[in-house]
Ligand binder design. Structure first.
Ligand code: DAH
Length: 340
């Protein structure tokens, strides 16, 4: 080991090496200048002063100085690299909220469909589905709708050719079920239906329906009212008033429309319920004998009730959504409000 002032300086320089491993980018640049700088670097100065030493000492200190220089250069390079690798991490703001992983969720209409089918399931209704392409026979004639009836008119129906249509309602599934399964029948049928309607705040050319059908010996209008009362009170609230209004559908006799107390104003009248205090939620009635006959069931023996509702409409009523199109536009800012 060499001794003397230059050797002491080398020892002092060597004691700085640990700082290199802890330096940030700026400190690293300073250290490099301070130790190895061409003009005033401490090690540079030692090397420059070497000629003042006696030859033996010069060789010894020189060897030591060169070794130290390599060591410092290696340490600087290593730190440089590790800083470069960790740049982003060194700048992390630990107080910043984490990024939420994106989770898919059930669409509000589907939530309503599932809930409605769940309530009817508790009343013994099975969930079945049909086909969106139907023959005119199932969409219309078997349901006692003659092909010249306004509902069968070109205006409402998308015709696919060769006697097929996009179903305009889920009612054709009633006919399929009655032809296929013997009573007692209790089914709910969710699905999409199509009509040549413009997209406006209360209409969509494709929308959801849920059909219901209960057929057995001795099924009466009272059974129908009881089932619907049960449904409304579970789906809306125990306090929600229900009323049955006489109406007309070709496939039911008698026919009714079911209204519930407006969910927006509680029945006092508002713009949503057009000041009536009521909102319509479904069409319904006792299955028409002509429908039983068309589906091969004896109308003298069997009776039943049927109903059809639009879950999108019901979602509007329930959540106070002003425009049905919002349910079909898939704007995440809207849908996010329904994430459960
Ligand atoms: N199919 C009817 C429609 O789309 C709704 C409907 C009314 C269904 C009365 C029924 C019913 O089952 O009994 O407007």
């Amino acid at each position: 080991m060499a001794s003397g002032p230059l050797a002491d300086q080398l020892a002092a320089i060597a004691s700085r090496i640990d700082e290199i491993a802890r330096a940030d980018a700026r400190q690293l640049a300073d250290l490099k200048t301070e130790l190895l700088g061409r003009k005033a670097g401490q090690l540079t100065r030692v090397l420059r002063d070497l000629p003042s030493l006696a030859p033996d000492a010069r060789r010894a200190v020189g060897r030591q100085a060169n070794a130290l220089k390599h060591q410092i250069e290696a340490a600087l390079a290593a730190r440089q690299e590790s800083l470069a690798r960790g740049t982003q991490r060194a700048d992390v703001d630990l107080t910043m909220p984490g990024r939420r992983t994106w989770r898919g969720a059930t669409h509000p209409i589907q939530q309503v469909v599932d809930e409605i089918c769940g309530i009817f399931k508790d009343l013994g209704f099975a969930r079945v589905v049909g086909s969106e392409a139907e023959s005119e026979a199932y969409n219309f004639t078997k349901l006692n709708i003659p092909l010249d009836h306004p509902a069968a008119d070109m205006h409402d129906t998308f015709y696919l050719g060769r006697g097929l249509v996009l179903r305009t309602h889920t009612s054709p599934v009633q006919a399929h079920v009655m032809e296929r399964y013997p009573p007692p029948i209790r089914v709910v049928v969710p699905g999409l239906v199509y009509r040549r309607d413009p997209f406006d705040p209360s209409h969509a050319p494709v929308f959801d329906q849920i059909e219901g059908l209960a057929v057995d010996e001795g099924v009466s209008f009272v059974d129908f009212k009881a089932a619907i009362d049960y449904f409304v009170h579970r789906f809306f609230s125990r306090e929600t008033a229900v009323r049955f209004r006489a109406s007309y559908f070709p496939f039911t006799e008698p026919s009714a429309e079911v209204d519930v107390q407006c969910q927006m104003c509680g029945g006092s009248g508002c713009s949503t319920c057009k000041q009536t205090g009521w909102m319509e939620i479904m069409g319904a009635g006792m299955v028409h004998p002509a429908v039983f006959e068309a589906c091969g069931l004896d109308p003298e023996r069997f009776t039943g009730y049927a109903f059809g509702m639009g879950p999108a409409r019901i979602a509007l009523v329930r959540y106070g959504i002003p425009d049905i199109r919002m349910l079909y536009q898939n704007d995440m800012r809207f849908l996010d409000q329904f994430v459960e």
